[in-house]
Design a binder for this molecule. Structure first.
Ligand code: FES
Length: 111
């Protein structure tokens, strides 16, 4: 029996509208129990940041701090840079990152 499944080609999933993104500078969406995504940026940004905001320490949801250009976990203070890499513990593993793009006034994430 085949116990592990390799994902085939990744799908682009719509996570919200460009208007929603521009309003808050971020979009937090739970698409499924295993696919949470936090997109940070605005339509004027060339590169959107998209991560799974589930803290790798104990699973709290991190939030984005524009001033510090980093993600901060409210539970035990872990911090991650814009690429999801750990800046400060107690987390030791990076946040999962996704590729995001804008198309037809929608924000899409590849997952
Ligand atoms: Fe995020 Fe502990 S769950 S720092």
């Amino acid at each position: 029996a085949c116990s592990s499944q390799t994902p085939t080609s990744a799908d682009w999933q719509t996570v919200g509208s460009l208007a929603e993104l521009d309003q808050n500078g971020e979009l937090l969406v739970q698409k499924s129990p295993t696919f949470n995504v936090l997109v940070v940026g605005k339509s004027t940004n060339a590169n959107l940041i998209a991560v799974n905001p589930t803290c790798t320490h104990s699973g709290c949801t991190v939030s984005w701090e524009t001033e510090g250009n980093k993600f901060v976990c409210p539970c035990h203070g872990a911090e991650y840079d814009s690429a999801g890499q750990v800046l400060n513990g107690p987390a030791t593993k990076p946040l999962k990152t996704y590729t995001a793009k804008i198309a037809d006034n929608s924000v899409l994430v590849q997952a």
